[in-house]
Design a protein around this ligand. Structure first.
Ligand code: IMP
Length: 201
């Protein structure tokens, strides 16, 4: 089975493929760069993932998934949340986002945070389901490690004893929000019973 992924982020694609373990073929939607970008106006990960999946599914020959993900920091009331990619501005770099996060957190003692990922699956403009994964950690006081992307160098994951930036993607995907959401979608596809689909949110 082939699933089309509406992402051109190589870090995300790599994690999706690792999590899929060859069970399904995950291909980037061809010509994604030329398609006018989908709107992301939702206030929840579910709403944004669904918006993207529905929009891009019109360009895919089969089932297409899109994800929306981000970091929720307790001491910041859940920010940056759905604006994680553009926390420091519309074209912010990962470094700028990380810097701003550290600035905003200052010397806060509660550094609890979670990565959340919601994957929406759609086919020809019809939403088939949404699937959520989350992983808990805390924000380190400085970036560590050169792996991953986004906030990985700041995300300290206690069971590993280091940040996500310090582990290979192969290890990260075993516990990551993205891996969990993808595995939930695969389990649903495997069950093959659409009546058991988590209601599309
Ligand atoms: P999206 O492309 O709208 O889903 O934005 C996701 C943003 O959240 C990314 O650009 C990162 O800043 C952050 N993010 C989501 N997942 C991860 C992750 O696994 N590691 C690091 N940062 C992440």
């Amino acid at each position: 089975m082939t699933l089309w992924g509406a992402t051109s982020n190589p870090g995300k694609l790599r994690e999706f493929r690792l999590a899929a373990h060859g069970e399904v073929e995950i291909l980037a939607l061809p010509g994604l760069e030329e398609i006018p970008p989908a709107e992301e106006t939702g206030t929840t990960f579910e709403a944004n993932a669904a918006q993207k999946a529905l929009y891009y599914s019109a360009y895919a020959p089969g089932m297409l998934f899109a994800d929306d993900s981000g970091l929720e920091v307790e001491a910041l009331g859940g920010a940056p949340g759905v604006i994680s990619a553009r926390f420091a501005g519309p074209a912010a770099t990962d470094e700028a986002n990380n810097r701003l996060l550290l600035e905003k957190l200052g010397a806060a003692t509660d550094r609890t945070a979670r990565f959340v990922c919601v994957i929406a699956l759609a086919e020809k403009g019809r939403l088939l389901g949404t699937f959520r994964g989350a992983v808990e950690g805390r924000i380190n006081d400085q970036p560590r490690g050169g792996h991953g992307f986004g906030y990985d160098p700041l995300f300290f994951y206690a069971p590993f004893g280091c940040t996500f930036g310090e582990v290979e993607p192969e290890r990260k995907f075993t516990v990551s929000h993205r891996g969990q959401a993808l595995r939930a979608m695969l389990a649903w596809l495997r069950a093959g019973d659409r009546r058991n689909c988590p209601p599309a949110r």
